[in-house]
Design a protein. Structure first.
Length: 331
């Protein structure tokens, strides 16, 4: 117990150091007054629309989880939406991506899904996400950042971006060969088979196409949220530059070096990409912090609402009958 407490305190301290160091670097040029002015004058309506989109994205994430877990195209249950929301909230609140560990546990608790199968579903989703996010960064950077300065060919970088986008989509077709290769080692083959259940359910085109569309929708939605935040503060960033900044921020958030409440590297990545595209630091930093704050507040509130609903509407005896605990795996 003592060792666990020390580990938690150490990780929290390190996360705090990361957040403080990055925020100090971002705010070191004395632009705090400009940030306060930007926040104070921000339009409310784009932020409300952006917060609504953030909630819709959690439903889309839950739908993708549900298809990979059940091989059915039916919309997700409230329980699955709750899991998707809790996952992102835990990733905000826990340092160094420890929130990812909650997904297999939540799936096992709600649907009796084996831990390894839950982990396999999450890993597959993360690979799909990585393909889309990396593709957005590569394609937008290829045409927004000066190739004479950075020394790349926009055409080549765009081709690489498209390849990165499509690679995770075709991974399920390579699954049988990978499993045959792993069959030489029975213990590894058993683990690989369990982890590949989600990918197996993605192999049929009837199920793969919705998963691909849902994945694209998630990251188009995040780009739209970023654009709405930019509109709220009146910054002169184009949609493509904003999408590049948003994708860079999300990629940084996926790294196991996040700070307290996700503050730190994601906002630095957002502001840096906009600055490389020729935009001023002050509005770039303001939009990064405001977008992060919008997501943090909205999704934390949504997660709290789920927790209250679970507490008030479902007793242990009624949990299996309550709609919020609808078990998609039972059919």
């Amino acid at each position: 117990m003592g060792r666990t407490l020390v580990q938690k305190l150490t990780s929290t301290l390190l996360a705090t150091v990361v957040s403080v160091a990055v925020l100090w670097w971002l705010l070191d040029d004395g632009i705090s007054d400009e940030l306060v002015q930007a926040f104070a004058s921000a339009s409310l309506l784009p932020l409300v629309i952006g917060g609504t989109l953030a909630i819709i994205i959690q439903v889309i994430r839950a739908w993708r989880f549900a298809i990979l877990a059940t091989a059915r195209l039916a919309p997700p249950s409230w329980a699955m939406i709750g899991i998707a929301t809790k996952l992102v909230v835990f990733n905000f609140l826990l340092p160094f991506k420890l929130g990812e560990l909650s997904f297999p546990l939540l799936m096992k608790r709600a649907f009796a899904t084996p831990l390894s199968e839950g982990a396999g579903i999450l890993i597959l989703c993360r690979l799909l996400d990585l393909g889309v996010v990396a593709a957005i960064i590569l394609v937008t950077a290829a045409w927004l950042l000066d190739p004479m300065v950075h020394g790349w060919s926009p055409s080549v970088l765009s081709v690489v971006g498209i390849a990165v986008l499509t690679a995770p989509m075709i991974l399920p077709d390579r699954l049988p060969g990978a499993l045959r290769l792993a069959s030489r080692w029975p213990s590894i083959a058993k683990i690989a088979k369990t982890l590949s259940n989600g990918a197996e359910r993605m192999r049929p085109i009837r199920q793969r196409l919705p998963i691909v569309l849902l994945t694209l929708s998630i990251w188009i939605g995040h780009a739209l949220i970023a654009w709405l935040v930019v509109q709220a503060i009146g910054a002169a960033f184009g949609l493509y530059a904003t999408a590049m900044a948003s994708a860079s921020s999300n990629l940084a958030f996926a790294l196991p070096i996040t700070g307290i409440a996700g503050l730190g590297p994601p906002q630095a990545a957002w502001a840096t990409m906009l600055n490389l595209a020729g935009h001023d630091w002050a509005p770039a930093i303001a939009s990064a912090l405001l977008c992060h704050g919008l997501l943090l507040v909205t999704l934390s509130a949504f997660g709290l609402a789920f927790w209250i609903a679970e507490t008030l509407l479902a007793s242990p005896e009624k949990s299996k009958k309550s709609p919020i605990f609808d078990n998609q795996h039972s059919a």
